[in-house]
Design a protein around this ligand. Sequence first.
Ligand SMILES: [Zn+2]
Length: 266
Amino acid sequence: MIDSHCHLDPQYFGADRGEVLARARAAGVEAFVCVGVGGGLAAPREAVALAETESDVFATVGVHPHDVAAMQDSDWTYLEELARRPRVVGIGETGLDYHYNHSPPERQQAAYRRFVGMARAAGLAVVSHVRDAHADAAGILRDESAGKGVIHCFSGGVAEARAYLDLGQHLSFSGILTFKNAANLREAAAFAPLDRILIETDAPYLAPIPHRGRKNEPAYIAETMAALAAVRGIPPAEVDAATSENARRLFGLPSPARSADTRSAS
Ligand SMILES: [Zn+2]
């Protein structure tokens, strides 16, 4: 399995990180996409550092929509440079969060447009966080001719799923899929084509049932994969093969058998 979205930098996992990675590997996680956002530019920097240390960890860099109001011009330059590092496979998470509006909507929109453009120019996947803002997010992805990307922690129904799929985006399903009140989401998870879906933990957030309420970690991705397999009525191994292949293609990750030699070439 590939955890296509987790936060592993030191502000979330400190002394326990080695054990957390070991537990995930033992549970069958072959690669981690560590999403570097949070704490200004500390998280992107730390995510890249981790990816440069652990051969199965890859990084994305960005600023969460919550925090874009505090961005300076120099932050953009710094992120553009960081995005050129070989272990960086995506831009984000970026997007729109109208649930909290920690940054004003107009600032979120402007930053999202710019990050989508940055990802397109760099040939990297754009990782989108969207909450209570599906119509505006789809509009920006369309207007900015977004390239490859994923709506992380997708939480909409079939209509929202269709809009993103029509724009060429992937959908990533998290532990929410295991929650009782997520019937609309399960419908969308059954509807989306097998070659456009990913799985993620979003660790340390959103632990799936039966771990709900605890600090989430990549090992728990097995619960989300089982839920996705049940919803689609196919064996977990088939979901695993498809979601892992989709994540490798989207983020340009090395194939498992060749990970050792492609790493130096990437
Ligand atoms: Zn996240």
